[in-house]
Design a protein around this ligand. Structure first.
Ligand code: HAM
Length: 427
């Protein structure tokens, strides 16, 4: 029996690591430059935290969460704990649990790591997803919405994406949204028999979700459906107008998308996505976020208006490859120690150790192979130098140092070899 990684979960092989290193380094630098501090919430939380935050009728809530149990421990009830399907709920749980509300606001936090969702896998859509997530907690100022949007923008720009555009909408607040939801329900009521089962259920449980239905019949009906923009209360309308004014002032292109509601229920007022034109076709939403002014209260904290976003790194890496974005290669070994015979092997192990302790990246084949095979390995590894120890070298207290590019060999006293090599590799 051969095992494979679970469907929709992808191993990151050594050749892909330079992209991942590039993106994670760039995100940390970006987040820090905006004054964000890192917080890593735990990977597994009470399932109830996610159910509560994300909301019934959303795909994540209803059918995408991985719940976990402990083999052989009946008392750990299966379903009590779940792998995080996103960061926001866990970050807010940590914020409340550790009393971070006593820190100056807005509190700016970022996270990097995996989230898990049982979605239908396809190119650019996975079940193990790597996210860069930012949250700005404790302010209602639309300038903070702008800040979050600018980080999202820069994240893609810094990683070589071009032709970006914002999609923005306001989803209102608990004051104005119910009127809109009623209007949406009333509009769809006479058409309900034409809708598929999923959309009919959404209409009952969570009508806003109908707005991002993929069903053709529903989409056709949505063309004439009422729009949230016409139902915003004064405060939400002013907030949205201010944000649009800031975006105009900074010259960032955006489209108002009245059907953008996003797949999570905690959003209030601003929601946005960054779309890329090239790269991934159907998966053109590169990232998404918005305000969630009621979430912390919903989790038992004080009213704390907040805003955030998350970007999928897997999707970005696919686009970077498709667009040939240059990334720095990761440093490989600098020297291979080759040896022939048991005595030389002992000396080689000592030499290898000395090189590594001196901070050089040194490797060996082991397994007592012939010299030819060891040189082949050195070529494959791309090392600039190979050091050879045979019985003659050991007897004379020297090492034969081969410059791989020049195909030239020099004998260097064993006592001097580490310094000799360090000078050539780092000098
Ligand atoms: P989300 O839109 O569910 O938002 O996910 C954010 C991003 O994660 C997406 O735009 C996409 O880049 C990536 N992503 C999501 N699902 C997948 C998938 N199956 N395969 C590949 N990439 C995926 C959130 O998670 C919110 N917590 C964002 C947020 C933070 N809102 C406020 N604060």
């Amino acid at each position: 029996m051969r095992f494979q990684s679970p469907r929709g979960m992808v191993d990151i092989l050594p050749e892909d690591q330079p992209y991942w290193r590039h993106v994670t380094k760039a995100s940390e630098k970006l987040a820090r430059s905006f004054g964000y501090e890192r917080l890593d919430p735990v990977l597994i939380e009470d399932t109830g935290l996610f159910l509560r935050s994300i909301g019934e009728g959303t795909d994540i809530h209803d059918k995408e969460m991985y719940v976990v149990g402990v083999l052989g421990k009946a008392e750990e009830k299966m379903g009590d704990l779940a792998l995080r399907p996103e960061f926001t709920a866990g970050v807010m749980r940590a914020y409340l649990e550790h009393g971070l509300s006593s820190r100056p606001t807005p509190l700016r936090l970022y996270s990097l790591g995996h989230v898990f969702r049982h979605e239908a896998p396809q190119l650019g859509r996975y079940r193990q997803i790597s996210q860069f997530n930012c949250e700005a907690i404790g302010s209602l100022d639309p300038a903070l919405d702008l800040e979050i949007m600018l980080i999202a923008w820069r994240f893609f720009e810094d990683n070589g994406m071009k032709d970006l555009a914002f999609q923005v909408n306001s989803t209102g607040c608990p004051q104005c949204r119910p009127r809109y939801v009623e209007a949406l329900r009333a509009y769809f009521a006479p058409h309900a028999p034409k809708l598929n089962l999923d959309d009919r259920r959404r209409l009952e449980v969570n009508p806003l979700r109908v707005l991002d239905s993929k069903a053709e019949d529903t989409q056709a009906l949505l063309a004439d459906a009422p729009q949230m923009g016409d139902y915003l209360c004064e405060e939400c309308a002013a907030h949205f107008a201010a944000l649009k004014g800031y975006l105009d002032a900074l010259g960032r292109p955006y489209s108002i998308n009245p059907r953008l509601v996003r797949g999570l229920d905690y959003y209030t007022k601003t929601v946005f996505e960054v779309w890329g034109k090239e790269g991934l076709g159907a998966q053109n939403a590169l990232c998404g976020g918005g305000r969630y002014d009621g979430l912390i209260e919903l989790l038992g904290g004080p009213p704390t208006p907040s805003v955030g976003f998350a970007a999928g790194i897997d999707r970005l890496v696919l686009s970077m490859k498709a667009l040939d974005v240059p990334v720095e290669p990761l440093p490989g070994p600098q020297v291979l120690v080759a040896y022939l015979g048991a005595d030389a092997k002992l000396s080689a192990l000592q030499l290898l150790n000395d090189l590594r302790e001196a901070g050089l990246r040194a490797t060996a084949t082991f397994g007592d192979r012939g010299l030819k095979a060891q040189f082949r390995f050195a070529d494959r590894a791309g090392v600039p130098y190979t050091l050879v120890l045979g019985s003659d070298e050991v007897a004379q207290g020297v090492v034969s140092a081969r410059d791989m590019a020049a195909s030239s060999q020099t004998q260097v006293p064993r006592a001097d070899i580490v310094a000799w090599l360090a000078e050539r590799l780092t000098g």
